[in-house]
Design a protein around this ligand. Sequence first.
Ligand SMILES: C[S@@+](CC[C@H](N)C(=O)[O-])C[C@H]1O[C@@H](n2cnc3c(N)ncnc32)[C@H](O)[C@@H]1O
Length: 359
Amino acid sequence: MRTQAALYEEIDLELSWSEQELPERERTKHVHRLHPYLGKFVPQLAEVFLRRYASPGQLVWDPFAGSGTTLVEANAFGARVAGCDVSAFNCLLMRAKTGIYDPAALLGDVVLLSHRGENTKARRPGSFMRRWYASRSVAELTAFRERIEGTAYPELWEVVLSRSARSARLARHDDLDFPAEPVTGEYFCHKHRRVCRSVGEAEKFLRRYVRDAVLRVQEFADVRSSQDVAVIHGDARLVDPPGPVDLVLTSPPYPGLIDYHEQHAYAYELLGLERRDSDEIGRGVKGYCEDISAVLVRARRALRRGGKIVVVVNDRRGLYEGILAAAGLRLEDRLLRHVNRRTGRRKGEFYEEVLIATP
Ligand SMILES: C[S@@+](CC[C@H](N)C(=O)[O-])C[C@H]1O[C@@H](n2cnc3c(N)ncnc32)[C@H](O)[C@@H]1O
């Protein structure tokens, strides 16, 4: 087996795009930027493996589907696709991204949403809202939430509401992923390298993101296929794909890296979604290998002859050889990819491995 040092000399240049080769607008094309999500892979990575290992009409399975990168790309490629995630917000996001929208009905919704009247039914905001928002923002967000009722595409507007809520938090611009403390007034912002002010309203985000969402779903409509997309809200240890699978393309959670429920805490509260934190794999190292193996065993059993399992992971603890073996899988290839870290204040080199496994 190659050592980690030797591995790092074997970076796969075909998969390690530079900023020039793969600018941000490509990485965030159409629905991929419908809502921020920490921990997704770039759509171009999914494209490469779909082209390599799948054909249009075949079934692609992602047991840890997250923000739906595999679902969106597999659909655009012309494959049938199914994805599972334990997080209710991620499932909402995936349904919004892969939904089919009638342009006239979309326009009707936009008109309905722009009628700003009195918010007569305002519910008392929850503790997260009270702590993390200016009172004007709370009023604007809750009023928009009421206007969503009666629209043709409530889930799309819930995603817009959540995106606006994320932007309107009393969080520093340079600490949007997991802000520690609310900030009010002025502060020195490391992202913009100047003094910035905390956010006092949500309406400007709501307006901007409604427009943006319409453009993005319409852009995706131009490239999407009519193949089936299934989103399953569940614990992947207990869920089987909906049929024989030709390609598994997934990136599992990794221990101690990202808290997938907490990163969208505002959405859970504002949208009244059920949290299943205790079912989230990767909250600790204990049991991690068994959990991922259990998911991969189901994937292996559903795999057609000749099918591949592609796992994208930053395996800094060297767990995956054992995990694959325990799942009855053979590691066929291991590709190393250099990831440009571009957002927030995280520093340093970042690598990702793509493991190609077969039964
Ligand atoms: C690395 S992310 C996947 C990101 C995805 N590839 C994308 O591009 O958006 C891992 C996902 O696994 C999900 N997850 C964690 N535990 C799970 C479980 N028990 N069953 C299903 N999904 C789970 C998390 O909610 C998270 O969305």
